[in-house]
Write a protein that binds this ligand. Structure first.
Ligand SMILES: Cc1cc2nc3c(=O)[nH]c(=O)nc-3n(C[C@H](O)[C@H](O)[C@H](O)COP(=O)(O)OP(=O)(O)OC[C@H]3O[C@@H](n4cnc5c(N)ncnc54)[C@H](O)[C@@H]3O)c2cc1C
Length: 395
């Protein structure tokens, strides 16, 4: 199989580079490069720039205002955005809800919801997980009971990423208790704020605020906010999860992280020599670089396959596992390269301890801790291994 990009793909790559050179503001790159948590204003500004260009819904077909890209073009776009230090696209509206509405929504839902995602006007959050329902999502307990032309919703969601920025949330809710758990779930959209809906922050280990708990106490939601049929939400839930794992290998992010590690290892001095000359450290860099190269090729093979058959197969689980392992190893190497300089928590860095390390040393420690999440969210790596054993090895 020829893994070189076609002339058309190379031209596309150049088009993306030119666009990023011309349209990605320097203050946004600087914010991304600093490694610190990005404020909503920065994310919003970037969403609006992409929306105006028609490049926000990267998986959307042209008929709904998307660019109609192939999986390989989407891959190239992601790699180039990471190379240019653009913020990642917050996926809940553009990559998750958008395709759901296109496939399962009513005409009214398509007309009212899709343009507002593309313009960046609506910010969506994902209300799937609950304290007792993560990997075993079908055991979710948040109830929605019909009362005339409304549902009354009670329960709790957790781990709601960037819910503090969102003005909308899509939730899986239980609309029937009897029968198989999967057959009593519905997909319901809600406004934030709504009477009875409260978003509470969860502080993460690195001190950041990225995830939330969402409490639902008699929240009244119009029946017109149901997507698809009542009790048929499980099919939609699974469809959305397949989109959640789009470009999950994070090749572009890891390519950037590898450059960062190498640059740190050249600058940090251990026993009078640059760390990159330490044989043990150099061997770890070499091993992860080889893994990353192998993953790039595997990723491309799968993208070409997905392009031919029209959808990705269960082998994307390989990318989820390997991609997160490579990413976590790179973050660990960066932290080790910095040594004690990586220790300060956000806000504790001072002029004095900056003397010992590069400017972004504080953000590196935070990034290392934050990225422990990648092997858990989007379906934990253990669950991905279960998928592979069943779907590919037939065990
Ligand atoms: C930072 C972060 C952000 C998130 N953002 C969102 C969000 O925006 N919206 C949302 O809805 N959810 C979100 N999640 C939730 C995420 O999808 C769940 O954490 C994930 O599905 C795992 O569920 P759990 O945390 O309940 O762990 P559990 O399911 O309790 O698993 C605990 C451990 O047991 C293992 N395990 C469980 N079942 C099996 C099995 N059958 N076989 C082998 N091992 C198993 C797991 O792999 C894991 O190691 C987020 C999570 C994190 C950490």
């Amino acid at each position: 199989m020829d893994l070189r990009f076609t002339q058309q793909e190379l031209a596309f790559q150049q088009e993306v580079r030119d666009f990023l050179n011309a349209s990605l503001p320097e203050h946004i790159c600087a914010a991304v490069r600093s490694g610190a948590e990005l404020p909503r204003t920065v994310l919003q500004e970037w969403h609006e720039i992409l929306g105006r260009k028609g490049w926000l819904g990267t998986t959307w077909p042209k008929e709904y205002g998307g660019p109609g890209w192939t999986p390989v073009e989407r891959y190239l776009f992601d790699v180039e955005c990471n190379r240019a230090c653009a913020p990642r696209i917050v996926p809940f509206g553009p990559s998750m809800l958008g395709p759901v509405i296109q496939n399962f929504g009513t005409r009214e839902q398509k007309d009212s919801i899709l343009p507002r995602i593309l313009s960046g006007e609506d910010w969506w959050a994902q209300g799937y997980s609950e304290p007792g329902a993560g990997s075993d999502l079908a055991s979710l307990k948040t109830r929605a009971e019909r009362d005339g032309d409304h549902y009354v919703v009670n329960g709790q969601k957790t781990w709601t990423t960037l819910g503090q920025h969102a003005n909308k949330i899509f939730c899986l809710v239980r609309t029937k208790k009897e029968g198989k758990p999967q057959e009593g779930i519905s997909f319901l959209m809600m406004d934030i704020p709504s009477q009875g809906l409260e978003v509470r922050p969860i502080r993460l280990i690195e001190g950041g605020y990225e995830v939330n708990e969402v409490f639902l106490d008699n929240v009244r939601v119009p029946v017109s906010n149901l997507v698809g049929e009542e009790n048929k939400g499980w099919t939609i839930a699974k469809f959305l999860l397949s989109h959640e794992r789009t470009n999950i290998a994070g090749v572009g992010i890891s390519m950037q992280a590898l450059e960062e590690v190498k640059s740190l290892a050249r600058r940090m001095i251990r026993k009078g020599k640059p760390l990159i000359e330490d044989p043990l450290f150099a061997a770890r860099i070499a091993r992860v670089e080889i893994d990353l190269e192998a993953m790039k090729i595997t990723n491309l093979r799968m993208l070409y396959q997905a392009q031919k058959q029209g959808h990705p197969g269960p082998e994307t689980s390989i990318l989820k596992i390997k991609g997160t392992q490579v990413n976590q190893e790179l973050r660990d190497l960066a932290r080790r390269a910095l040594g004690p300089v990586a220790a300060p928590f956000p806000g504790t860095i001072t002029e004095a301890n900056l003397m010992f390390g590069p400017l972004n040393s504080e953000a590196n420690a935070a990034t290392y801790f934050n990225n422990r999440k990648t092997s858990i969210f989007g379906g934990s790596n253990e669950i991905q291994r279960n998928i592979l054993t069943k779907a590919m090895l037939g065990l």
